[in-house]
Design a protein around this ligand. Structure first.
Ligand code: HEC
Length: 147
């Protein structure tokens, strides 16, 4: 009896310790991690940017492509060289922004917790292509003047 318990415990502790890929991440938990980004980033279908660029549509896009945002020369060059926001590149940038863009303007220390990163990337991915904002409710037909 005691031996089989030990065998089971050993089998459980051999569970893989590899960081999960973003498709395994918990986007809902990632939304909470994104609270750290909200001081500077919005992620929605609007045309607005903040201190940082709006992150909607980010997934699979080259760096520094958001219209109406003034990127650093460093990030602009990265984008021009074909640097794409896929899982590996996002993971590197969000772990340590200065390691990827030493002269970049994102003043953020980075997230070192691999699980938080996985969840955050899952969140970014699910918000990569948000639906356009709903059209404003059609205005009621104008009443005849003087009516
Ligand atoms: C203090 C403000 C600030 C915080 C906090 C911040 N960012 Fe940024 N971020 C920026 C700025 C500014 C840029 C533009 C960098 C440049 O041009 O070099 C940027 C750029 C980016 C880019 C590149 C976008 C593109 O279009 O190429 C990504 C991705 C990004 N941030 C993700 C995040 C995430 C995710 C977080 C939270 C974990 C975060 N940032 C936190 C300010 C911030």
């Amino acid at each position: 009896m005691r031996l089989s318990a030990i065998v089971i415990a050993a089998a459980l502790s051999a569970a893989p310790l590899f960081p999960a890929a973003a498709q395994d991440g918990d986007a809902e938990a990632g939304r909470r991690v994104f609270a750290q980004c909200r001081a500077c980033h919005i992620i929605d279908a609007s045309a607005r940017n903040n201190v940082g660029p709006n992150l909607a549509g980010l997934w699979g896009r080259r760096a520094a492509q958001r219209e109406g945002f003034r990127y650093s020369a460093n990030l602009t060059q990265l984008g021009a060289s074909g640097h794409e926001w896929n899982e590996a590149n996002l993971r590197a940038y969000l772990t340590d922004p200065k390691a990827v863009a030493p002269q970049g303007s994102m003043a953020f220390a980075g997230i070192r917790n691999p699980e938080q990163l996985t969840n955050l990337i899952a969140y970014l991915r699910t918000n990569a292509n948000p639906l356009p904002l709903p059209a404003p409710a059609s205005a009621p037909a104008a009443a005849p003047a003087g009516g």
